[in-house]
Design a protein around this ligand. Structure first.
Ligand code: NAD
Length: 375
């Protein structure tokens, strides 16, 4: 048997209702810590990456380090990529699809989950097609363009009895687990103010890059980066925002940002009275989280990128080991699906929908100049 740690035991291998069936090869053995007979499938969750761009390459590294998941298939429209990925990751020919043959994946028992890593405007279609093919789905952020689209994706997965997660890698990252604890346990009292911002300088990006195309990106910096700031506000406070004001910044590269916004700033109000301000930018670099509470502060800088992150409170610095964020996320999701258990709410499709409700509100506030109530 392959390396089997106690963590990798699959205890509840009984096939539950409400999820696609993973067909395990069962192996029984003694768990020496509990002296009980355990059953471990020895099987990893077989994942097919759909869209082989920059982030898919990073996910492939995460899959190589994952204890519970493995790269078993690919979906790509580029034959050269199919060939090079096939060779690099030893992917069997029968597990390679293009966008036309995609739906035939329904007949492939060797793929359990499809990870949609396509441009944002394709997330909805491929999530729904994956669900109809009977496969679990992880879809990258932002989940879709509208709350209505998110709901359709959730419904499609529910109807197909497959699980749906959004690729929220930071929920598995130790610095983020710590700021969530500091905020929700009120270690420094109630959090009153959060500033969370993220920016990448896109100067020189080619005009045909999909991030500049509204029908593929859905929007500019807010669609690309905003969800990280919104997420950190929500999980540090443990509350949902009630209203928002927002402003588009004047464009400094109008020749590039023709269809989508370059920079946007917003202010969220929460029921406790906390205010969260954020800017997401395409013309400068920033990567920062700062929370001010009644009796102190905590911050991360860098905070949201792939790290390494640095944390600090008024009392001390805090640094946790650098982890492979994608492997941690894939393991967190993979082990639950292998156990036929539901996914936690903080990475579910419903969570992606909650973020989309805030994104819709931010755009409406920036477009109208009004304060928008979020209900
Ligand atoms: P990318 O441009 O590098 O890759 C996109 C892939 O989609 C390419 O392989 C491209 O060939 C394919 N594609 C298929 N149809 C296409 C079309 N009509 N137009 C353009 N490309 C098409 O993009 P990326 O950076 O890998 O981003 C993909 C998704 O991953 C996005 O939704 C993005 O928001 C998300 N992402 C998430 C993280 C994260 O940390 N969670 C990081 C980066 C990107």
């Amino acid at each position: 048997m392959n390396k089997v740690s106690r963590r990798s035991f699959v205890k509840n291998i009984g096939l539950g209702a409400g999820s696609a069936t993973i067909l395990p090869m069962l192996v029984s053995f003694e768990d020496h810590l509990t002296n009980r007979k355990q059953t471990f499938s020895g099987k990893k969750l077989n994942i097919a990456l759909c869209g082989l761009g920059r982030y898919a390459n990073i996910l492939a590294n995460g899959l190589a380090e994952s204890e519970f998941c493995q790269l078993s298939g690919i979906i790509t429209g580029t034959p050269e990529k199919a060939e090079s990925w096939k060779r690099k990751y030893s992917i069997p020919e029968k597990n390679i699809y293009n966008y036309e043959s995609f739906d035939k994946i329904a007949d492939n028992k060797d793929i359990d989950l499809i990870y949609v890593v396509l441009p944002n405007g394709m997330h909805k279609e491929y999530t729904i097609r994956a669900a109809k093919a009977g496969k679990h789905v992880i879809v990258e952020k932002p989940m879709a363009f509208t709350v209505k689209d998110c709901q359709e994706m959730i419904d499609a997965c529910k109807n197909a009895k497959v699980q749906l997660a959004v690729g929220y890698r930071l929920h598995y990252e130790p610095h983020h687990i710590e700021i969530k604890r500091l905020g929700q346990e009120k270690v420094f009292g109630k959090v009153r103010l959060i500033h969370a911002s993220l920016g990448y300088n896109l100067t020189g990006v080619p005009l045909d890059d999909w991030h500049l195309n509204k029908s593929l990106a859905g929007g500019g910096a807010l669609m690309n980066l905003g969800v990280y700031c919104i997420q950190s506000n929500r999980y540090v406070l443990g509350e949902e925002p009630i209203s928002v004001t927002a402003q588009f910044a004047p464009k400094t590269m109008p020749e590039l940002f023709i269809e989508v916004e370059e920079n946007i700033t917003w202010q969220l109000n929460f029921p406790s009275g906390a205010i969260c301000t954020s800017t997401v930018a395409s013309n400068c670099n920033i990567d920062r989280f700062y929370a001010s509470a009644e009796n102190g502060f905590f911050e991360l800088s860098p905070a949201i990128s792939y790290g390494p992150f640095k944390g600090r409170t008024g009392e001390k610095e805090f640094d946790f080991p650098v982890i492979n964020q994608q492997a941690a996320q894939l393991d967190g999701i993979g082990k639950l699906i292998l156990k036929e258990q539901g996914l936690p709410s903080h990475i579910s499709g419903e969570e992606g929908l909650k973020d989309m409700r805030v994104i819709e509100g931010i755009y409406k506030a920036a477009e109208t100049g009004d304060k928008i109530e979020l209900s």
